[in-house]
Ligand binder design. Sequence first.
Ligand code: FAD
Length: 495
Amino acid sequence: METYDVAVIGLGPIGAALSTLLARSGLRVAAFDAFDGPYSLPRATHLDGEALRIIQNVGASERLEPTLGIYTRMRFINADGDLLIDWPRSIEEGWQGWRDSNRFHQPALEASLRGAAEQYSDLDFYLGSRVDSISSDEDGVTFVATSQSRPAQTFRALYVVGCDGANSTVRAAIGSELRSLGKPEQWLVVDLIMNEDGPDLPEGTVQYCNPIRPITYIEAVGARRRWEVMLLPGDDAASFAEPDSVWSLLSPWVTSDDAEIERSVVYTFRSVVAQQWRRERLLLAGDATHQTPPFLGQGLCAGLRDTANLAWKLNWVIKGLADESLLDTYQSEMEPHVTAYILEANRIGAIIQERDAEKAHQRDETLRRSPQVLKSVRPLLGPGLAGDASEPAASLSAQPRLADGRRLDEAAPYGFILLCERGFTTAASPTLKDVWERTGLTVIEGEAAAWLESLGSKAAIIRPDRYILGVASDLTELEAITARIPLTLRDSLCN
Ligand SMILES: Cc1cc2nc3c(=O)[nH]c(=O)nc-3n(C[C@H](O)[C@H](O)[C@H](O)COP(=O)(O)OP(=O)(O)OC[C@H]3O[C@@H](n4cnc5c(N)ncnc54)[C@H](O)[C@@H]3O)c2cc1C
């Protein structure tokens, strides 16, 4: 029987990113997907700067970068065509070392992630293999993979992570229910490939907040343009997605002479979070764990954050560097974090999806008076390694450029970083330095002074997922932060 450290079930974007982070940590990994290749149709169109930073740490950003588009703005327009909100985004490199908002084509991202994954000889792919019959015991997990070309095969792994999407088999094996955070809504999603001489269409994203029929328009990359159209009570989902219906709905913008329909399908936008992210040796990540309406463009971004939080913890537990209880901090840190994003998407969705004409009128007045209702969400991690330390602990670190022009994380891809003023660690004790060494922590001195100053500190320890473990102004404080590194074999100084 083939045995692995970790089996990743599902090789969508989240499974591909997680498998690569685990393999680059030196683990023996198997990745399974029911299909032979990545899903070829577009889904997500927006990636934030943090997501690109994670993709950079995965080792896939070089392949992806040439395919990215600039995201300029999101506008809200009412039924009379009046501009209610203009939410521009900077087109310059932002605080994450990437533009804060980016347009992209999900199949191009998945190809980039799989390309990065294929570099690792200790990462085996089982494509066209559906996994089921999953059972976890004290020492590991047994499961069966079935494919059309091979007889059913039984595998064993120390841990199994379900990255198997919304209808997750691993979530069912865990026995985890989904907690609802909002009412599901049906929306038609239409992707068009525009002809070269097609009409001029808006830049960025436009939310047409018309109570008669809310519609979202999205400038995707290349010749692709997306419309999302809310279904109303009485609409029949099957006939709504038919070409005649699509061209009629999109007639204010385009006709069938201007473009070809790449895909037209009705989705149910859900707001859900799994109640249990781990049972014994089974874990979840990505859409298997949480789903959000796409109004903030955060579903895939949230799944990538899961991978960054989880991969180094699994690596440490498997290698005996940390106690298995470290895995409990995965849900405790990430569930409140993703919940904040989903609730914000619901808040924006409620603005867009208002169907009552009088309430829509009141909404328009409110937005005209205070258009600052839209801003980027930056939640802290939930309870976990930061203990009772206050912000900036548990917040996302910046990724400044180093003096040599590299982005900060390039100095220690997916590793712990101690960023500090020059000479700050000179008097550090051998015990402290030993803990850093066993942590694989990279000390970077005399760089990113402006960012440290903005935190009001002289040193910061940054975790592999790029959240701040803690900040320090002297060596005593640095010892206290180092004590939060969850190493099992630690000297008494740090206990
Ligand atoms: C219309 C729309 C717009 C969106 N817009 C955005 C956006 O702008 N920004 C954003 O961040 N997100 C967006 N999203 C969300 C984003 O597309 C998803 O969050 C993302 O695709 C989830 O990735 P995943 O890897 O978790 O799951 P999936 O992509 O669903 O992959 C799951 C994989 O698991 C495999 N699998 C399932 N069961 C098994 C099994 N038993 N055995 C083996 N393999 C299995 C499947 O074949 C599949 O390849 C959008 C989604 C939609 C639908």
